[in-house]
Design a protein around this ligand. Structure first.
Ligand SMILES: C[S@@+](CC[C@H](N)C(=O)[O-])C[C@H]1O[C@@H](n2cnc3c(N)ncnc32)[C@H](O)[C@@H]1O
Length: 260
């Protein structure tokens, strides 16, 4: 059975990707098992896939021989495409009549700049569809046996970016500390010491548990459990590298009961 036949058998139809249309799809955290069926439907129909660095090679390998792959992301050392370059390219490809799949790691609307891309497509009159993906924040918690919400432990969960944490303009650290709800940080590794310091200065106890989950769902997945006061030093001595999710809050203690 081909991928197309399997999709039709499972969904009852194959959602059609039309020439001149763009699908903005999430590829999940890496493991192809966490792809959605509609992301696969996009991969098998696209004329061109414009993808980010965090899209796993096994996912891209699902593309047919005639499908062009265009890299549009950050790659160590080399200049990366700007957001303006990327949206311009998506519009150009769609206007040329291609079926375009814009494939991003995780979910395209969670710290993936998907919002900017669909705003640009809408302004240019390009028809588009958004296919959500499993965001790495939630996949990482599942991988580390940390329930994202637990009755009696938390009533909310915050998804935050650590990018720009050193500026004084972004997050309201006092509100985050006082809310006493878990915070799932993306892109936090570079600013981990700053983040921990700002939360502790805002009143969050240094003993608050923290987990750092690197390479969630991938062969290199690693989890480190620490405290707010010690996490930056612990991550450094463990040599844990990005991509990683940092989760701060009482829910981290549940891991001990699930993974003794
Ligand atoms: C630009 S953001 C993209 C987030 C993505 N749109 C999502 O929903 O997961 C990149 C950040 O996502 C996180 N990330 C992506 N893939 C990951 C993975 N497999 N394991 C842990 N963190 C991951 C890291 O925090 C990384 O710095």
């Amino acid at each position: 059975m081909t991928a197309r036949e399997a999709l039709v058998a499972l969904r009852g139809d194959l959602p059609q990707m039309l020439p001149g249309h763009v699908w903005l799809a999430g590829a999940g955290p890496g493991d192809p098992g966490l792809l959605t069926l509609d992301a696969i439907a996009g991969i098998v129909q696209a004329d061109v896939i414009v993808h980010d660095a965090l899209v796993d090679a096994r996912v891209l390998a699902l593309a047919g021989e005639g499908t062009r792959l265009e890299f549009a992301g950050k790659r160590g050392g080399r200049p990366s495409a700007t957001q303006t370059d990327i949206t311009r390219r998506l519009i150009e490809l769609a206007q040329a009549g291609d079926r375009v799949l814009r494939l991003k790691g995780g979910d395209p609307f969670i710290f993936g700049r998907g919002g900017e891309e669909v705003l640009a497509l809408a302004a240019a009159g390009i028809p588009f569809r958004v296919v959500p993906g499993i965001t790495s924040g939630l996949a990482a918690l599942a991988a580390a046996s940390i329930p994202a919400t637990m009755r009696g432990t938390n009533q909310a969960i915050v998804l935050a970016t650590g990018h720009g944490a050193e500026d004084d303009t972004g997050l309201d650290w006092a509100a985050l500390a006082q809310a006493a709800q878990p915070i799932v940080f993306y892109m936090a590794m570079r600013n981990l010491a700053v983040i921990a310091d700002k939360l502790m200065r805002a009143g969050m106890p240094g003993a608050t548990p923290v987990a750092v989950i690197g390479g969630a769902s991938l062969a290199e997945e690693r989890t480190l459990v620490s405290t707010l006061a010690e996490v930056a030093a612990d991550v450094q001595s463990a040599g844990l590298a990005p991509p990683a999710i940092v989760v701060i809050g009482e829910i981290v203690r549940l891991r001990r009961r699930l993974k003794p």
